[in-house]
Write a protein that binds this ligand. Structure first.
Ligand code: COA
Length: 119
């Protein structure tokens, strides 16, 4: 993949085996957020418009990921390109986050859905 990796982290904590991939789309992790072990974050999607060409040669669409402050991403979570996780949210183990999560949510599953609000 081409493109300069862009990532911005502040006062956040990363598990011992966090895998961060395809940073070229841009990644922001705000203060106090935590990424558990085996978290994966992608910030770009494959372009697949041309069915006569190989997927691999068509490039990527950049889609930044934004994790607001004080978010708890627990273990084994996958965060897909373009997602924003609102401040104070907790993402359950093994979740696949495909869409934005509102602030102060407890969200779980694949696809990740809000099951409770902390407020
Ligand atoms: C997200 C979490 C905190 C929710 O805990 P909780 O508020 O006590 O939720 P509950 O146990 O009451 O579960 C509520 C429902 O969500 C489901 N659920 C909870 N966690 C889930 C998960 N990770 N994935 C899918 N479903 C989940 C439960 O099965 C339950 O479903 P039901 O209503 O159909 O019975 C917890 O389940 C979790 O995932 N903790 C992660 C712990 C962890 O990874 N720690 C290491 C961090 S590095």
């Amino acid at each position: 993949m081409t493109g300069k990796p862009q990532a911005m982290y502040s006062n956040s904590l990363f598990g011992r085996t966090v895998f961060r991939c395809t940073l070229c789309g841009g990644l922001i992790i705000e203060d106090g957020s935590r990424l558990g072990p085996r978290t994966m974050i992608h910030t770009a999607n494959h372009i697949i418009d041309n069915v006569d060409a190989g997927i691999d040669g068509q490039g990527w669409i950049k889609k930044p990921v934004h994790i607001e402050r004080d978010v708890g991403v627990t273990m084994g979570v996958i965060i897909l390109p373009g997602v924003r996780i609102g401040k104070g949210s907790l993402i359950g183990a093994g979740s696949v986050v495909t869409k934005d999560i509102p602030p102060y949510s407890i969200a779980v599953g694949n696809p990740c859905k809000v099951i409770k609000s902390r407020k």
